[in-house]
Design a protein around this ligand. Structure first.
Ligand code: HEC
Ligand code: HEC
Ligand code: HEC
Ligand code: HEC
Ligand code: HEC
Length: 413
């Protein structure tokens, strides 16, 4: 996600207000929310309606509560709060990459509407755009700004607080706050409002998440949702001292790539690894072939999904007996490739579809009798080292994790 400039024009109708936006460099549409397809660049003018281009309106404190900050919900919902603290959602604002990008002139104000979506979390309210320029929002100080809520990114209130109510899915008479049961609000549709932005490109940049569409097109659409896979269920009290009932983990586990050095996020593993088992001895081997098969066995969408900068590397290496010389090495990549300049466009995409398998092989022509060792390693990357350096993310910002290592030694007689 880099800098960008552009020429697109479109029109936003926000209630009665009409704002013409020009020079957009990166724009998104959430088609499921908008029912709109803003599919191409150029000088188009498109009407938009209520969406992430504006914040979720200011939310007042429901009766019976003292605040809607996550830490204050956590006074009663302790376990859920502790789980959420470990989630990527809790880093959506403080994330070092996000902070680096948001400070750049090239980032339009509207980035924040998916990362700190409530007006309560936004220091300024955008009332219009100077000369219709998305880079010159007319800002007013927000008198109801809550700095602590800004830090929490996607907090309890993002998903649970609307119009003086706590939105839930189960009937209860035990809550000290009003509860509105609304299972369609608190469904995968909520996830998809942020996890499916139809991309949109202008000259230099694109930002595209299609996790929602991938899930709908895949084999799990009828059986499992974002919530069934990403929010495990268990029986427990929602608050210490209350009776046990159906509950959901709030870790929102994903790729498992930590946001800060030393952190250990709860992760899901989408891939199955099926490595060959080679015979331990070969006599007069012409060539020794090793393969490993990766299957997207557990994810309800493609892998990687979401941010187009994610990718996997599969490294297969043959070493000599002393492990000192590399005799043969092959590297394979699963992910998208984009060209950003002069016009952002997708060059290739070999992401694994749900349930798809792919096999990677390496051959060794043993130079002589002796012992040889095969090393197999699969790593999952958030971004390249170059991109990390571009965002001045060093040291403290892990860019990848290792998800598989294997090895085998064979003797050629
Ligand atoms: C003073 C304690 C307390 C505070 C503070 C509190 N809750 Fe609750 N909440 C409860 C209790 C008790 C229940 C009901 C437990 C039961 O029925 O077993 C509940 C129920 C819920 C439910 C389930 C609704 C349903 O029926 O499906 C949600 C969601 C919820 N709270 C969210 C929040 C959020 C978000 C906050 C902060 C804005 C919050 N709560 C603050 C005590 C509290
Ligand atoms: C208000 C927007 C928003 C909503 C609603 C939302 N998310 Fe997210 N989600 C995000 C953002 C932004 C991130 C990334 C934060 C970061 O990387 O700093 C994220 C991260 C995640 C991740 C972690 C990805 C990783 O690689 O670690 C998972 C999993 C996830 N969300 C699942 C869900 C599910 C399931 C729901 C619905 C219950 C949901 N999200 C609702 C915006 C949202
Ligand atoms: C069938 C179970 C399943 C369903 C359904 C599912 N996911 Fe996932 N999801 C996974 C698994 C497993 C992973 C871990 C992938 C990995 O190995 O990194 C994952 C990873 C992710 C990630 C991290 C991105 C990455 O490349 O690792 C995000 C974000 C995410 N899911 C969001 C969603 C959203 C939003 C939905 C609903 C539209 C959804 N998921 C539906 C199982 C599921
Ligand atoms: C990204 C959205 C999201 C965020 C953030 C979130 N929740 Fe939830 N929460 C859900 C969903 C979805 C469910 C219900 C799933 C269902 O019933 O299918 C739920 C269920 C609950 C319940 C009912 C009991 C249970 O476990 O099912 C409570 C209580 C609750 N959440 C409290 C909280 C608190 C407290 C926070 C902040 C620390 C929080 N939630 C943050 C989406 C979220
Ligand atoms: C439509 C909602 C939406 C908007 C608008 C949005 N984001 Fe995000 N952002 C997300 C989601 C969802 C994720 C998590 C993607 C995933 O893990 O698959 C995310 C993740 C990120 C990440 C973490 C990437 C990673 O690999 O972990 C950064 C940085 C980021 N966004 C920056 C921005 C910037 C800068 C803008 C404005 C130009 C922006 N976002 C606008 C939804 C949004």
């Amino acid at each position: 996600m880099v800098a960008f400039t552009s020429l697109v024009k479109y029109l936003i109708l926000q209630g009665q207000k009409t704002i013409i936006l020009k020079r957009i460099t990166r724009w998104f549409t959430v088609t499921l929310v908008l029912g709109l397809a803003l599919a191409s660049c150029g000088n188009r003018i498109e009407p938009l309606e209520d969406n992430w281009e504006s914040a979720v309106p200011f939310q007042p404190i429901p009766q019976g509560l003292v605040s809607i900050r996550s830490a204050d919900c956590g006074v009663c919902h302790q376990e859920i709060y502790q789980e959420w603290l470990k989630s990527t959602h809790a880093h959506a604002w403080t994330d070092l990459q996000f902070q680096s990008e948001i400070k750049k002139e090239s980032s339009p104000y509207l980035c924040i509407n998916c990362h700190i979506p409530l007006e309560n979390q936004q220091e300024y309210l955008v009332t219009g755009l100077k000369n219709g320029d998305i880079y010159q929002p007319v800002k007013e100080k927000n008198p109801q700004f809550d700095a602590a809520m800004q830090q929490e990114g996607i907090g309890c209130a993002t998903c649970h607080v609307r119009d003086g109510n706590i939105i839930g899915t189960q009937v209860t008479n035990n809550a000290p706050h009003p509860v509105r049961v609304d299972s369609s609000f608190l469904s995968e549709q909520l996830c998809i409002t942020c996890h499916n932005a139809n991309a949109v490109v202008t000259p230099e940049l694109v930002c595209t998440f299609q996790t929602g569409e991938e899930w709908k097109a895949g084999p799990y659409a009828q059986t499992q949702t974002c919530i069934t896979c990403h929010m495990d269920t268990l029986e427990r009290a929602w608050m210490a001292g209350m009776p046990e009932r159906l509950s959901h983990r709030h870790w929102f586990p994903g790729s498992g790539i930590p946001k800060r050095k030393g952190e250990q996020p709860v992760a899901l593993e989408g891939l199955n690894f099926t490595p060959d088992t080679l015979p331990s001895t070969y006599s007069d081997a012409d060539s020794i072939r090793y393969s490993i098969t990766l299957t997207n066995a557990h994810a309800g969408h493609r892998l990687p999904t979401g941010d187009p900068e994610r990718y996997y590397l599969i490294d297969l290496t043959w070493l000599n007996a002393a492990n000192s010389d590399t005799l043969s090495h092959r590297r394979f990549r699963i992910g998208e490739v984009w060209e950003w300049y002069p016009v952002a466009k997708k060059i290739s995409d070999n992401n694994l579809n749900p349930l798809e398998s792919r096999t990677f092989s390496i051959a060794l022509l043993p130079p002589a009798e002796g012992t040889y060792t095969l090393h197999a390693k699969v790593t999952k990357h958030r971004m390249t080292e170059e991109t990390a350096a571009y965002h001045h993310l060093t040291g403290d910002y892990p860019t990848y994790i290792t998800v598989f290592t294997g090895g085998q030694t064979v003797t050629v007689k």
